[in-house]
Write a protein that binds this ligand. Structure first.
Ligand SMILES: NC(=O)c1ccc[n+]([C@@H]2O[C@H](COP(=O)([O-])OP(=O)(O)OC[C@H]3O[C@@H](n4cnc5c(N)ncnc54)[C@H](O)[C@@H]3O)[C@@H](O)[C@H]2O)c1
Ligand SMILES: C[C@@H](O)[C@H](N)C(=O)O
Length: 369
């Protein structure tokens, strides 16, 4: 009876065209983790003067620690909890709150959200494109089952939820140059399939239950002080390290492979900006964001301007090449620029200077010791 009464209460909100979130998500399914009927689906919303209480999942990968640093500067150290299933290095452990969280363990997730009064969730756990192809069943579990847990916990506790998608959410039948926000998405990797699923499920929860779901499709992200986790764009991170240290680099993609890329500072700032954007400014819930597009050959030419002895050779990895050949060459992010004012800071020359400065100074320190 209670279930039927609740179903009747589900209505359409005239303002946003979405369903009002009166129906707790776990009531709908036949999940063994159903919530008691009298559970209080308390809104953990915060007033404008308060800071959000943030949880980052999968926070020990390439992007999570940088995101935590950025958010801690903005919201205060103790308001941002980094989590992962791995053991954090000392400097991360001592830089702010860290907690164990396996996204496949729903009870553990719910406990963390409740005990820490979380209001914003950045969901970074995933297996990336290349490593996903090497372990499809784990990628399916983490990227799809794990996402379901995240969506449910976010809907039940009225969280604002950020889930990153990727250029990998497109496939060979998508327009590749440029790739708009809305077009055919038929990716051929488990990673891409799981990210299209995440985009669609997040948007469904938004329209059906009013979940404040926000999603950016990131290009390949390039960072100096964190390592990539097994993707197709990893070469564009490793090249700087090898150029500074050895003056040469063996690339696992063909010289002509053009992919959209972005420096990590732009990526993390875009993430914070879309999370802070007023809901009325978002005409969509999933946006492409872009900064630059280049091939290994073009990147090597730019590196050569700083490291005159630099040499690049090619030893192509067939799996990564096939993936890259199915992905966008250039991203159309005009909707993000129009709706919430997205603007990148780093083009190719600034990227190369910044990355080589970092690795150059590291190499000099290492040589001096
Ligand atoms: N780095 C990029 O170039 C890029 C580009 C596009 C999108 N993204 C997306 O951004 C997010 C973060 O990317 P990243 O590069 O930091 O990824 P990463 O592979 O470096 O890190 C992912 C993290 O998820 C954790 N993880 C794995 N299984 C887990 C589980 N069961 N529970 C909790 N955590 C688990 C891992 O331990 C790891 O630390 C991902 O969702 C990724 O798809 C990244
Ligand atoms: C592009 C992105 O999703 C990731 N760096 C990968 O190559 O898999």
């Amino acid at each position: 009876m209670l279930f039927i009464r609740m179903l009747r209460r589900v209505g359409q909100s005239p303002a946003c065209g979405c369903w009002t979130p009166v129906l707790p998500v776990r009531f709908l399914g036949i999940s063994p983790r159903q919530i008691p009927a009298d559970a209080n689906f308390h809104s953990a919303s915060f007033s404008d003067t308060d800071h959000p209480r943030v949880l980052i999942t999968g926070g020990l990968g390439q992007l999570g620690v940088g995101l935590a640093n950025l958010l801690r500067k903005r919201f205060g150290k103790d308001n941002v909890i980094l989590s992962d299933i791995r053991k954090p290095p000392d400097h991360v452990f001592h830089s702010g709150p860290f907690i164990y969280s396996d996204i496949l363990d729903y009870k553990n997730l719910r406990e963390i959200v409740v005990n820490n009064r979380i209001t914003w969730l950045f969901h970074y756990s995933a297996l990336l494109s290349a490593i996903g192809e090497a372990n499809v069943s784990l990628a399916r579990a983490v990227n799809i089952t794990g996402l379901h847990n995240i969506l449910d916990v976010a809907a039940e506790h009225n969280l604002r939820l950020f889930v990153p998608s990727t250029i990998g959410a497109f496939g060979p039948t998508s327009p590749r140059n440029p790739t708009p926000d809305l077009c055919i998405q038929r990716p051929r990797t488990i990673y891409g399939v799981s990210k299209v699923h995440a985009e669609l499920m997040g948007e469904y929860y938004h329209y059906r239950y009013g979940l404040d779901f926000r999603c950016l499709r990131y290009p390949g992200i390039i960072s100096a002080d964190s390592q990539p986790g097994g993707g197709t764009t990893d070469y564009a991170v490793q090249i700087f390290h090898d150029a500074a240290k050895h003056g040469k680099f063996e690339c696992n993609l063909e010289a002509r492979t053009r992919l959209p890329m972005m420096y990590i500072d732009d990526c993390l700032r875009a993430t914070l900006e879309v999370m802070e954007a007023p809901a009325e400014s978002l005409s969509m819930r999933t946006y492409n964001v872009s900064a630059m597009s280049f091939t290994p050959e073009e990147l090597a030419q730019e590196v050569l301007k700083h490291v005159p002895e630099f040499q690049i050779t090619y030893n192509v990895d067939a799996v990564r090449q096939a993936i890259a050949d199915s992905w966008p060459m250039k991203f159309d992010d005009s909707n993000a620029r129009k709706d919430w004012g997205w603007k990148h800071d780093f083009d190719l020359p600034e990227l190369v200077t910044t990355m080589l400065n970092f690795h150059g100074s590291e190499t000099r320190v290492a040589q001096a010791n």
